[in-house]
Design a protein around this ligand. Structure first.
Ligand SMILES: C[S@@+](CC[C@H](N)C(=O)[O-])C[C@H]1O[C@@H](n2cnc3c(N)ncnc32)[C@H](O)[C@@H]1O
Ligand code: SF4
Length: 454
């Protein structure tokens, strides 16, 4: 969508629909307590005999202060003591999970949050050492971390390089002071630029930046200004997330003044403007909300159709298993999803008792894997060969025909095309890719409230 061409009323109607982000399929609202720690343990035991590498996700649910828009599982802490206590339990969970899955090879590590750099330096070092004690971690794998630039020092960056971090994601969101006041996150350009410089000086050359649109009081000008500064700082990847306003799930989002929020049309225009500027500035558009430099591994993975979607959004990680560690983390195995207790106290009680802290999940059944693949391909490449994908899952070619009926209005509007095999979302309808993908979601409408499609 070109930012100065107004979106049609029909497209806007779809853009306002509330649909999942599809970082998993089935999506989290369809997880249930039927999946227990015993089930997850049995899945891990089945993996023990395979030589397939796994990837690791470590969740750190702490921040120095809460941003009013935040949708992550985190809380503000002022004291170090609860963070240290958490790190100890996380080390115990690493040992517990490794015992079940064996000394498996790891292909990718990601620290997310919250704010992983809220961990004291010695805790970060001790946790990294625990990973090396319990898993086989080859040199040179991607080892990524999410960081808050307001709390990143040169010394901190050197420490991260020392524990093997190869890629860092900085939360930028916006550089507009007025918007920063509205979201309770004051972070001048100098702070962000110092974060980039500290990482690069420490030898962490792969940098991602998170930007957001749809924030309160955000305007065309402020988006343009933020993107211009990003083009100067030139991170290897940029995420452009649409603010997901879900105050029924995240009560502190009630601090966001709803009257200040841009509507669907402004959101489409703002995202379109950022996209045009980033592409003109040399970035390649990846899926619905990512941009990467042409030589970045994500661009290469996209071109080779080896891109994947996981709970962090897009990833080059090809492991079939992601072991989620820490409160609220979700693991994905070839057999299904398992989610840890979301509250630190419940998670800690289970680990202290020597039990896997799973409280819910979802075992794959029926067409889940097929439908999950269709949705992921549409969101990764904006197209999918339905005949080929059905065949690869051992399903008859007509397995997805009924779902195409739901897309009839999209075909008539020219937002999608179908040549009998390949379904493609046309470029002026990329904004509603999640809506198109949702046509293949067999569970849509069976519970769960979501955020706006655009
Ligand atoms: C874990 S934070 C990044 C690291 C660090 N905590 C920070 O904020 O600098 C992950 C990212 O999620 C995005 N995010 C958080 N809440 C969101 C929401 N409600 N809607 C869309 N994106 C959101 C932000 O872009 C944020 O940078
Ligand atoms: S956006 Fe980052 S720093 Fe802000 S509350 Fe969320 S996790 Fe914490």
């Amino acid at each position: 969508m070109i930012s100065h061409v107004p979106p049609s009323a029909a497209l806007l109607d779809h853009a306002r629909r509330m649909v999942p982000r599809y970082t998993s399929y089935p999506t989290a609202p369809h997880f249930s307590a039927q999946v227990t720690g015993a089930d997850y343990g049995a899945w891990l035991a089945r993996l023990k005999d395979t030589a397939a590498p796994v990837s690791l996700y470590l969740h750190v649910p702490f921040c120095q202060s809460l941003c009013s828009y935040c949708g992550c599982n985190t809380k503000a802490v002022r004291r170090e003591e609860p963070v240290r206590a958490y790190a100890q339990v996380l080390a115990a969970e690493i040992a517990l999970v490794a015992e079940q899955v064996g000394t498996t090879e790891v292909s990718h590590i990601h620290w997310g949050g919250g704010t992983p750099n809220a961990l004291p330096p010695d805790c970060l070092e001790e946790l990294a050492a625990a990973l090396h004690r319990h898993f086989r971690i080859p040199a040179g794998i991607e080892h990524a971390i999410e960081l808050d630039p307001r709390h990143l020092t040169q010394e901190g960056a050197r420490l991260l390089a020392g524990i093997g971090i190869t890629r860092a994601s900085l939360g930028v969101q916006t550089l507009d002071g007025d918007v920063q006041t509205a979201i309770g996150r004051i972070q001048p350009l100098e702070t962000v630029a110092a974060g980039f410089a500290a990482l690069r000086a420490a030898g962490i050359a792969a940098i991602n930046a998170d930007l957001m649109y749809g924030l309160p009081r955000q305007t065309h000008l402020s988006i343009a200004d933020t993107v211009r500064h990003m083009l100067d700082l030139r991170p290897n990847r940029i995420s452009l997330f649409g603010y997901a306003h879900v105050p029924w799930m995240k009560s502190h989002q009630k601090l966001v003044v709803e009257a200040d929020l841009p509507g669907a049309e402004a959101r489409i225009r703002h995202a379109g403007l950022a996209r045009e500027m980033l592409v003109a500035g040399g970035y390649v558009e990846i899926g619905i909300d990512h941009f990467a430099l042409p030589d970045d591994s994500m661009t290469l993975a996209r071109d080779a159709r080896r891109l994947h979607r996981n709970f962090q959004g897009y990833t080059t990680d090809e492991a079939g298993t992601l072991l989620g560690l820490g409160a609220s983390s979700i693991s994905r195995t070839p057999f299904g999803y398992a989610q840890n207790a979301p509250d630190v106290a419940g998670w800690r009680r289970a680990v202290d008792a020597g039990c896997l802290p799973t409280v819910k999940g979802r075992a794959f059944a029926g067409e889940d894997a097929l439908r999950g693949d269709v949705i992921a391909q549409l969101l990764c490449y904006f197209d999918v060969d339905l005949a080929e994908i059905a065949a690869s899952h051992g399903a008859p070619p007509e397995a997805l025909t009924a779902d195409l009926d739901a897309l009839r209005p999209f075909l008539d509007a020219g937002w999608v095309t179908f040549d009998g095999k390949r379904l493609a979302i046309t470029s002026h309808a990329h904004e509603i890719a999640r809506v198109v993908a949702s046509a293949f979601d067999a569970y849509l409408g069976q519970g769960g409230r979501h955020s706006m499609a655009v």
